[in-house]
Design a protein around this ligand. Structure first.
Ligand code: UD1
Length: 435
């Protein structure tokens, strides 16, 4: 064993309560935006995951003061950040959300030089729509030197921007630059994801004037400057959804705490459709799955459609459901890398042209040695392992740690047998303990 990994003994139904962390993808935008003022910004409900640690480290390296108030609360002051900083280190290139520093720094200083973003290898992931938006606002954007995005403007002027594709990243990034542009910007065909709304709410709490976030037409009236604020990030829709599928696949009974049930509607609807019970209250949601579930057709779509980030998790569930299911992935090109891993466990899944998975439900999965191909697929493999007969090992868990806080601990509290092991001896000790 040359790396730490999860070891899982499957077969336990999950039950109990789990507290959902703050939304990673909202936090990435909000933490980047927090350096758009010289005043102090306090951000609460920040998830403690590696992508967030990476963006915090990055804003520190360009001169922001970042004070950790507690595990989930940071006080950030960007008064000392250098106008001409170059944002380039391994962390920036690792994560996707670092691209929000382009919009944030361009808005604040009219200059941003940021290394091109990384993130999971789930498709081509171009940033042409971000660049198109910055240029429309009056910035010169160049990709020289190679690997960098350099955006510069004398003045940014509000304008009418039509997005060619619905992009979460581009919508947020353009919004960041436009809040400090002169005049009105309208973003048409904007993404409507909850984290787009959360970043807009955060910016408004700093004095921005954004209307229409959550619809496909966002109107931004530029202001001269932003001020300090105190803000709490929304709960993570994708972490919540992942636990909903973990409950369903293990035929469990799990209550999620600190969620916004409305953000989970497309997931709840699919689970109900195939036979799960979902009970919702203000900020809680309970999933009960007492028996084998049925088949479904799923197409990933921008919000409020079924999220692409939940696609591997629902595939794991449908792989154990009765009948034949179809999943059509319409957002990213390479999102079925996990299928070969599930096949090792006994799943019957055929992928056609990297776009459609045809899933013939099997009675059971058998434990196997698995490799996480990316963040969400890695989490999906863990929930497959929880449902499987026998032991599974899940490697490359650094992907999972990018977006799930205390994943094994939370699962253990729900009755799962899972641990992180680094050596063969630790693995054997786990096996002895749970047998
Ligand atoms: C964000 C999320 C990711 C999620 C995805 C879709 C973060 C850090 N990541 O990724 O978890 O899976 O939204 O909900 O928030 N596109 C272009 N040109 C662009 C931008 C995007 O063609 O300039 C395309 C992409 O290739 C993709 C689609 O638009 O096919 C949606 O991508 P986008 O919403 O931008 O995803 P990300 O912001 O990368």
């Amino acid at each position: 064993m040359d790396q730490y990994q999860y070891i899982v003994k499957g077969g336990n139904s999950l039950s109990g309560e789990v507290e959902i962390a703050g939304a990673k993808n909202a936090a990435l935008g909000i933490l980047a935006a927090s350096v758009m003022t010289g005043e102090t910004v306090t951000v609460k409900n920040v998830p403690d995951v590696s992508d967030i640690r990476a963006i915090l480290k990055t804003i520190r390296t360009i001169g922001a003061r970042v004070e950790r108030v507690d595990r989930h609360c940071y006080r950030i002051n960007g008064s000392m950040i250098n106008r001409k900083s170059t944002v380039d280190n391994d962390d920036v290139r690792e994560i996707r959300g670092s691209y929000y520093l382009i919009g944030a720094l361009l808005g604040r200083h009219r200059y941003a030089a940021v290394a091109q973003p990384g993130g999971c290898e789930i498709g081509k992931r171009p940033i042409d729509q971000h660049i198109k938006g910055f240029r429309a606002l009056g910035a010169d954007v160049s990709l020289v030197p190679p690997g960098m995005v350099v955006a510069e403007a004398e003045v940014l002027r509000g304008t009418h921007i039509y997005m060619d594709v619905v992009s979460v990243g581009a919508t947020i990034n353009i919004m960041l630059a436009a809040v400090l542009a002169a005049g009105q910007t309208i973003i048409e065909n904007a993404a409507k994801e909850p984290h787009v709304v959360d970043v807009a709410n955060f910016l408004n709490s700093m004095g921005a004037n954004i209307k229409g976030a959550g619809t496909d037409s966002i109107r931004i009236l530029g202001v001269d400057q932003l001020h300090g604020t105190e803000y709490s990030i929304i709960p993570d829709q994708i972490e919540a959804g992942t636990f909903m599928f973990a409950a369903a696949v293990t035929r469990g009974d799990v209550t999620l705490r600190n969620v916004i049930p409305r953000h989970l509607d497309s997931i709840s609807a699919k689970l109900r459709e195939i036979g799960c019970q979902i009970h919702e209250s203000d900020d809680e949601l309970r999933v009960v799955a007492a028996r084998r579930l049925g088949s479904a057709n799923v197409k990933t779509l921008p919000y409020p459609g079924f999220p692409t980030d939940m696609q591997p998790q629902i595939a794991v569930l449908l792989g154990l459901s009765s009948g034949i299911s179809f999943i059509h992935e319409s957002i990213f090109e390479h999102r079925f890398e996990y299928v070969k891993e599930l096949t090792k466990m006994g799943a019957h899944i055929t992928v056609v042209e990297d776009k459609t998975a045809i899933i013939e439900g099997v009675e059971k999965y058998t434990g196997a040695i698995l490799i996480s191909p990316d963040l969400r697929a890695g989490a999906a493999l863990v929930i497959a392992a929880l449902a499987a007969e026998g032991f599974s090992e899940v490697g490359e868990i650094h992907f999972i740690e990018r977006g799930y806080e205390d994943f094994p601990e939370k699962l253990r509290r729900l009755g799962a047998e899972i641990d992180i092991v680094e050596t063969e001896a630790e693995k054997r000790a786990f096996m002895r303990r749970v047998i």
